[in-house]
Design a protein. Structure first.
Length: 283
């Protein structure tokens, strides 16, 4: 019994030595490859991080791209190491490919939103703090995420818009230019003094310090409408003063026109009734 045990031990020892001689060098080489590969991947990711910062890529996108690049490189490294120790990697690659296709089909909408988020963060049609209008919604950009853009409206509502439709649609960025033009229309009656009304509008523009005097501000007679003579008033202001000037000018024009006896007519029609001959009006 003891002899059999010694013979078995010698047999297994020989097998171990044989396999060690056959695969030991490959295993050591694979371990070295894994260690060196992980170090190289770390250096590549750090270099990639510096390049993204130098290019001033949005932080959210930069972090995501760094993690994505590191994960892909590590997966490729593990597949290479597995092949070095004799593991068949063809089936693994096929499985990964099939899984990637299935995931892509299942997440088409999410992938479109992700691609839209990448485009927005790269090309920056708007940034956090801008007032924009997109997909029929308007508000101040509170946050730009990979999949969604979050807006805050003036009445304190939070609107979450998927990035896919935003990147493929029209975006109006009201904050991109530091100066905006306020366009307003004021109507007066046909019997009112045209020159006086125009002078009042020009005076109100001159008295408002928020209206930029070095710009081409205009008071134009734009339309002889059915019920009124319409002036178009164009005023250039700093973007932050847009709504203040808009609301204040409406109030000032109404009060000043009332003081100066200039009417602001409402839509009306004159109806002329022609009676037939012989019609008795007293009936």
């Amino acid at each position: 019994m003891e002899q059999i045990s010694l013979e078995s031990m010698e047999k297994y020892s020989d097998i171990i030595v044989e396999y060690g001689a056959l695969y030991g060098s490959q295993l050591i080489l694979a371990i070295l490859t894994l260690i060196i590969g992980l170090w190289i991947i770390g250096a590549i990711v750090r270099g990639f991080d510096k390049a993204l910062k130098a290019a001033k890529v949005e932080q959210t996108l930069a972090i995501f791209l760094e993690k994505l690049a590191g994960t892909i490189l590590k997966v490729l490294l593990l597949i290479s190491v597995a092949g070095m120790v004799g593991i068949e990697t063809t089936s693994f690659i096929a499985i990964f490919g099939a899984a990637g296709l299935a995931i892509g089909l299942a997440l088409q909408g999410s992938l479109a939103n992700f691609a839209g988020g990448v485009l927005i963060l790269l090309f920056k049609p708007y940034k956090v703090g801008d007032f924009i209008e997109a997909q029929g919604q308007s508000g101040v950009v509170k946050e730009i995420q990979i999949f969604n853009t979050i807006l805050h409206t003036g009445d304190r509502k939070t609107i979450i818009i998927p990035n896919g439709p935003i990147s493929n649609g029209t975006i109006t960025n009201y904050s991109l230019s530091p100066v905006r033009r306020v366009d307003m229309v004021f109507g007066i009656g046909y019997d009112d003094d045209l020159k006086q009304a125009k002078a009042i509008l020009e005076q109100l523009i001159a008295e408002d310090d928020r209206i930029l005097k070095d710009q081409d501000n205009q008071v134009l007679l734009s339309e002889l409408a059915d019920s009124s003579v319409n002036f178009t008033v164009r005023m250039f202001v700093n973007s932050a003063d847009y709504w203040g000037v808009f609301f204040d000018m409406n109030e000032k024009v109404k009060l000043t026109f009332d003081e100066q006896g200039i009417s602001i007519p409402y839509p009306q029609q004159d109806v002329h009734l022609q009676l037939p001959e012989g019609f008795n009006q007293s009936v």
